[in-house]
Design a protein around this ligand. Structure first.
Ligand code: C2O
Ligand code: CU
Length: 468
């Protein structure tokens, strides 16, 4: 390991890792029309980055400094949040909290270093449940200094849309039912902004597939018929190569997985890629089709693809300060139901909950339901200190909880320690689930912590941690 890398790995260099190249880019957000559901069907009016849905894949190198000029030609305010990237607080793209929103006709210059390699993404943070749904989302890829040896590096930005029969985006962004249940589940799933067509492969090819779930609410459970994917990174952060539990890659909204797929099945045949997450809603997302041609090589590659860890400071678990974070609210609120059954809930209590929900404060974090981005922090953390947060999902619903500003270590789930070192920026919590996450409070500022089911976020499921 070279001096710089060794220092970086110990967390000394951190975000100051710069001066290894600069990259500049413009990005324009504006209304556009795209052939989401095929050229034989009507086009869909969307909001797009550079006229494309998803937005262009932004690709840079680890250690580079990037400068991205975002121009807003939308009819409303916007910002860009660089999901999963460790950027200075002022570059985090949260309106009113880290920057003023970009007005229509205005622009904002984002500039930051890229200390970490991995698969990330970008999207607005103003009315995200509307703006992301309208098409504003794109992959942000930071290449390793020495990328692993694969034949192809493929990005799948997977999105779920609620379209009308005329292929227009249904305008019911603020529907109470979606906000209080599982979020805005759509009726059309696209890969890279199109109804997916089969992925053509050759025998013994090795693919790196970067899966990015940019859906507002749909949780994906991807199964690759006839193949065993190897997970090499989660939320952009390298993980020891392993087969996913039950052969299925589960990705809540905002989550990513990098997988290696060795194409070891039969030439000339097709294999389904299924999404089986919702018990009664399984469907075939796409196919992998083998060409009849000769194999790429006589035998598949067997060397494991292990990515080097990113220079994220490691928390000191034994000395960490601990806090409990509890998620509540939503329909069929278990706490409420228990209280009702026990007879310990008055008519007035019930009326108060109903009133809170009617006011759009449907979900809570530690009893608070927060609307808007600027408010009193949930926790104030000391810079340089390690923290363990015990998360408790006391609701009847799944929540992909996202922390801005750093990736966290997932220490345990439901009281059981994890088998391997896992870093994520978004943790999917099943109903009733508990988990412990740990991180070093590193970069000063107010950082958001929210559900990435965007309708839940808009209905109160967010808060901030202040690092000072
Ligand atoms: Cu991807 Cu606060 O968001
Ligand atoms: Cu949620």
């Amino acid at each position: 390991m070279t001096g710089v890398l060794a220092a970086a790995a110990s967390g000394m260099v951190g975000r100051a890792l710069a001066g290894q190249g600069r990259a500049e880019r413009r990005l324009t957000a504006a209304p556009a029309r795209v052939a989401l559901v095929g050229s034989d069907r009507p086009e869909t009016a969307v909001w797009a980055y550079d006229g494309e849905v998803p937005g262009p894949v932004l690709r840079f190198r680890q250690g580079e400094r990037v400068r991205i000029v975002v121009e807003n030609r939308l009819p409303g305010e916007t910002t860009v949040h660089w999901h999963g990237l460790r950027v200075p607080n002022a570059m985090d793209g949260v309106p009113h909290l880290t920057q003023p929103p970009i007005p229509p006709g205005g622009q904002f210059v984002y500039e930051f270093d890229l200390p970490d390699a991995g698969t990330f993404w970008y999207h607005p943070h103003v009315r995200s449940h509307e703006q992301v749904e309208r098409g504003l989302a794109g992959a942000f890829i930071v290449e390793e200094r020495t990328p692993p040896d694969v034949d192809r590096d493929i990005v799948w930005v997977i999105d779920d849309w609620r379209l009308t029969p005329e292929a227009e985006i249904a305008p019911d962004f603020d529907a109470f039912f979606d906000a209080s249940h599982a979020g805005r589940l759509g009726n059309t799933v696209t890969v890279n902004g199109r109804l997916p067509t089969a992925l053509a492969v050759r025998r013994n090819e090795r693919l790196r597939l970067r899966l990015v779930n940019v859906s507002n609410a749909r949780i994906l459970g991807l199964v690759f018929e006839g193949h065993v994917p190897t997970v090499i990174a989660l939320d952009g952060q390298p993980v020891a190569p392993h087969a996913p539990a039950g052969g299925r890659i589960v990705l809540g909204p905002a989550m990513r997985a990098d997988i290696v797929l060795d194409m070891t099945a039969e030439p000339g045949r097709s294999y389904a890629v299924l999404d089986t997450f919702y018990p009664n809603g399984a469907y075939r997302l796409t196919d992998i089709t083998y060409e009849k041609s000769a194999p790429v090589r006589p035998r598949p590659l067997t060397a494991a693809v292990a990515l080097p860890a990113n220079p994220i400071p490691a928390p000191e678990l034994d000395r960490a300060e601990r806090h409990t974070i509890e998620f509540g609210g939503g329909m069929m609120d278990p706490k409420l139901m228990r209280a009702m059954q026990a007879g310990s809930l008055s008519q007035a209590d019930v009326a108060a909950v109903r009133e809170r929900m009617r006011a759009g404060r449907i979900w809570t974090i530690n009893g608070q339901s927060v609307l808007g981005h600027a408010h009193e922090p949930l926790l104030t953390l000391r810079r340089g200190r390690s923290y363990v947060l015990a998360l408790r999902n006391e609701t009847a619903w799944h929540h992909p909880m996202h922390l801005h500003g750093t990736a966290f270590h997932v220490v345990s789930r439901n009281g059981r320690p994890l088998l391997r070192r896992v870093l994520q920026d978004t943790i999917l919590m099943a109903p009733g689930e508990t988990a412990e996450i740990a991180f070093v409070a590193d970069e000063p500022g107010d950082w958001m912590f929210h559900c990435h089911i965007l309708e839940h976020q808009a209905a109160g499921m967010m808060g901030t941690f202040r690092i000072s």
